[in-house]
Design a binder for this molecule. Structure first.
Ligand code: ZN
Length: 139
């Protein structure tokens, strides 16, 4: 069994930016030469998240509206008092959504549904350079 750690770096445009990274993960998996196992996609940092949904314009809007509804950006958060950086909502959204996703793969291909993509969700207020660990475990 092999354990391979790769890094994926992505530029984001700030809060509400949802980026489809499925192709990047597939490419990394291909170059690893591991055929069967599972891949963990883990975002390093506390104001962005990794998730999965159908990446299409309607659902992108639905997700952005959901984030705004359950964790409003125009409200005061206690975290804002700690550093004075006003991104309490970013941290709460990221914690709720979670930093990682594990996807099984077989014969070198991710076992995702046709309408199921791997998504990097940016919650911070400003554009960021994001670092994602792609850990491949298998044989
Ligand atoms: Zn903060």
């Amino acid at each position: 069994m092999k354990i391979i750690n790769k890094k994926l770096s992505m530029k984001t445009r700030g809060s509400g930016d949802l980026i489809n990274i499925t192709e990047e993960i597939s490419q990394i998996l291909k170059t690893s030469n591991v055929k069967n196992g599972s891949v963990t996609i883990f975002h390093i940092g506390s104001t962005a998240a990794i998730t999965t949904f159908e990446f299409e314009p309607g659902l992108i809007k639905d997700m952005q509206e959901l984030y705004e509804k359950i964790v409003p950006s125009n409200k005061h958060y206690h975290h804002d008092d700690t550093w004075g950086d006003a991104n309490g909502f970013s941290h709460v959204r990221a914690a709720l959504q979670g930093p990682s996703l594990t996807v099984p793969f077989q014969d070198g291909g991710l076992l995702l549904g046709t309408w199921q993509q791997v998504i990097l969700a940016e919650f911070d207020m400003r554009p960021r350079q994001r670092n994602i660990v792609v850990q491949i475990i298998g044989e």
